[in-house]
Design a protein around this ligand. Structure first.
Ligand code: ADP
Length: 220
């Protein structure tokens, strides 16, 4: 399956993507994670992306699209992928459509995670991520690690992302509404969108998502 995950920052895309990718046996491709990996490795691409990310703005398309394409062309993505954080504006969506079309492929679903704005701000402000693996995510009140600052899963150091500060979150939400939300209409026109609530326990949201994907597949 080829799936795109959309939703505001803090909707839990990364968390859900990790579970869904595992359930569906497809790679989880997160452009945010790819950028963060480039930054921590000190690459030229990371250097170009950093200032945009720290401000909560989108990294320019000419950097992002090539990076996403390279990743999607790797062998493990041949039979499907779960995209998390890409496309993030209409021109990226058009580039993806074009890329798939030229390979004779198409998307199967666009999973839209819905969450109220106040909840998003609360989730992000308390979010702590493991330095070893960004799918190991905790929260200072909702999902506390056993030992403060230490990842339960692998013992890695937990940290707050630079772009999770309150001011930057507001800008990210703005960017989401103005630039990313329009891709939902773009894909709705193709009959690909399923919207689910991202509230409640992580496992409930995953189950809801799997159910919605089965339903959509049944309809297609
Ligand atoms: P979140 O979904 O919580 O906002 P991500 O890890 O997906 O976090 O993205 C973090 C930042 O990385 C974004 O605010 C943006 O600066 C950059 N980024 C990620 N994906 C893209 C993309 N497709 N296009 C442009 N910028 C991106």
């Amino acid at each position: 399956m080829r799936i795109v995950l959309v939703g505001p920052p803090g909707a839990g895309k990364g968390t859900q993507a990790a579970y869904l990718a595992k359930n569906l046996s497809i790679p989880h491709i997160s452009t945010g994670d790819l950028f963060r990996a480039n930054i921590s490795q000190g690459t030229e691409l990371g250097r170009r992306a950093k200032s945009y990310m720290d401000a909560g703005d989108l990294v320019p398309d000419e950097v992002t699209i090539g990076m996403a394409k390279d990743r999607m062309e790797q062998a493990d993505a041949e039979n499907g992928f779960l995209l998390d954080g890409f496309p993030r504006n209409v021109s990226q969506a058009e580039a993806l459509d074009q890329m798939l079309k030229s390979e004779g492929m198409k998307l199967d679903a666009v999973l839209d995670l819905e969450v109220p704005e106040e909840e998003v701000v609360k989730r992000i402000a308390g979010r702590r991520i493991c330095r070893n693996d960004s799918s190991h995510v905790f929260h200072v009140t909702y999902s506390q690690p056993k030992q403060e600052g230490v990842c339960d899963t692998c013992g890695g150091e937990l940290y707050q992302r630079a772009d999770d500060s309150e001011d930057t979150v507001r800008n990210r939400l703005d960017v989401y509404h103005t630039q990313t939300e329009p891709i939902i209409d773009h894909y709705r026109a193709q009959g690909l969108v399923v919207t689910i609530s991202a509230l409640g326990a992580v496992t409930d949201v995953t189950e809801r998502a799997m159910e919605a994907l089965r339903r959509l597949k049944g309809e297609q």
